[in-house]
Ligand binder design. Structure first.
Ligand SMILES: Cc1cc2nc3c(=O)[nH]c(=O)nc-3n(C[C@H](O)[C@H](O)[C@H](O)COP(=O)(O)OP(=O)(O)OC[C@H]3O[C@@H](n4cnc5c(N)ncnc54)[C@H](O)[C@@H]3O)c2cc1C
Length: 430
């Protein structure tokens, strides 16, 4: 039986494994296996909400094992480290338990078709001190670490006697992650003051958002970035554009102009790269940021049996620009690779991927949502804000849930979410 392995159960990989499991795995037409280094899946665009406590990964995380059982595919927990293209095997690193004791030794899995969907990590561009002093928002574990530190800083602030004391937080990178996290932090402070955190109010936060380029949200139209900038300033964020960070220290961020931006909690969200181990893995072609070069069919340029999708894929569009690393790209690529795997199994020609930009939306927590939508009915993009923008923003996540669970279960999950809003605190407090 054909063995299909999907490595990475994120925005793209989990949707693909689910569809393949339903179509082929359940009917015994292929053996479909998903590999992920984590036990549970959490949609990455929600990580800033985990960081502030607006989302609890313990409740909202999806167990890979149970999802695999329900949808006709197998699950192997482990980290991909090596691919042997001649033997058509992948190797998963040995696993340790929480106290560092060996749990599982190195494993080797056989494939006929391999799909790499392992996403991306933050790119610190080799900036000194970043690894030691900044937190990245690449995984639920890192987002939870930020949340723990945030709670500690707020507790400390409540007990401090100093009158001019503030909680100093700095975020590097004013793309969607940095901007959304900034607004979400003000939302958190407002809610936490109701839960007995002493002295906490908007004014206790000194939040600096640092961007090397001339404006925030560089990937979005200028008008939208202007609106978001104004909204953040009104919340109290100190937005620094044209500011290059050259070092992170225990005291804060040093800029190229020799200024120190004081901060006790720092987040680095200034660009992405594919994980370092992908660089020339198994002789596959990669670009400057380790992404795997793919053909229009999303097969890697040097091996037709290996596909790559999502953030770890370097796919050029006809306009000469690469497909942007976004959830909607990962979703679309998963759909195309699903079609192409079926075509390959049936000896039919494979389709080419064409990126469809449906627009971009940025959530400024409950304060506002801004963005642009692209549609067939309109030429170019249409600005949206407020309730319509919020609804479309949320519907992106709903589409991901529908792809995984179907409409009925997604509806039930929405209902449970509403009930939880009555039963649980507005923010995760532990
Ligand atoms: C805070 C934040 C907000 C964002 N907001 C938006 C947004 O509003 N809209 C938007 O379009 N995009 C947004 N993005 C970008 C979006 O999340 C990514 O583009 C998208 O998740 C990429 O999907 P993917 O399937 O390629 O990778 P991911 O969703 O990152 O999934 C990768 C998976 O691979 C697993 N993995 C990694 N390495 C290994 C390994 N060695 N072995 C096994 N498994 C491995 C990981 O555990 C993970 O499950 C945001 C990103 C962040 C961080």
């Amino acid at each position: 039986m054909t063995k299909i392995i999907v490595v990475g159960g994120g925005a793209g990989g989990l949707e693909l494994a689910t569809k393949l499991g339903r179509k082929l795995g359940r009917k015994g037409k292929a053996e479909v296996t998903l590999v992920d280094r984590n036990r549970t899946h959490l949609w990455k665009p929600l990580l800033h909400e985990v960081a502030t406590g607006a989302m609890d990964p313990g409740i909202d995380g999806l167990s890979y094992r149970s999802h695999a059982h329900n949808h006709g595919f197998g699950f192997q927990m482990g980290s991909l480290t090596y691919i042997d293209r001649d033997a058509r095997t992948i190797t998963l690193a040995p696993m340790l338990d929480d106290s560092g004791r060996p749990m599982l030794s190195e494993r080797t899995l056989q494939y006929d078709i391999l799909v790499l969907a392992i996403g991306s990590v933050s790119n610190d561009f080799g900036t000194q001190g970043v690894r030691d002093h900044c937190i990245f928002l690449d995984s639920p574990q890192q987002a939870e670490r930020f949340h723990d530190e945030l709670m500690n800083r707020f507790l400390q602030y409540g007990e401090s006697e100093a009158v001019d004391d503030k909680v100093n937080i700095a975020i590097v990178g004013a793309g969607a992650t940095g901007v959304e996290l900034s607004a979400e932090l003000y939302n958190a402070v407002e809610h936490l003051s109701a839960y007995g955190f002493k002295k906490l109010s908007r004014d206790c936060l000194r939040l600096t958002l640092v961007e090397a380029g001339p404006r925030i949200l560089p990937a979005l139209p200028e008008r939208i970035s202007g609106m978001a900038h104004k909204e953040l300033r009104e919340l109290g964020v100190d937005v620094r554009t044209n500011t290059m960070v050259v070092e992170a220290t225990a005291e804060g961020l040093k800029t190229r102009d020799d200024e120190l931006i004081p901060a006790t909690l720092m987040v680095w969200a200034a660009g992405i790269k594919a994980p370092n181990f992908l660089k020339e893995i198994a002789g596959l072609e990669t670009n400057r940021i380790n992404q795997l070069t793919v053909k229009p069919t999303l097969q890697t340029s040097r091996d037709d049996s290996i596909f790559a999708i999502g953030d770890c894929a370097h796919c050029m569009q006809e306009n000469g620009k690469p497909v942007p690393p976004r959830a909607q790209s990962a979703h679309q690529m998963a759909s195309l690779v699903y079609d192409n795997i079926l075509a390959r199994l049936n000896n039919k020609p494979l389709k080419s991927y064409v990126y469809k930009d449906h627009g971009s939306l940025v959530s400024l927590s409950r304060y506002s949502t801004v963005g642009s939508l692209m549609g067939n009915l309109m030429r170019g993009s249409m600005m949206v804000e407020g309730r319509i923008a919020r609804t479309v923003y949320v519907s992106l996540y709903r589409m991901h849930q529908v792809a995984l669970h179907g409409y009925t279960r997604t509806g039930l999950m929405m209902l449970v979410g509403r009930i939880n809003r009555f039963l649980r605190p507005r923010l995760k407090l532990h």
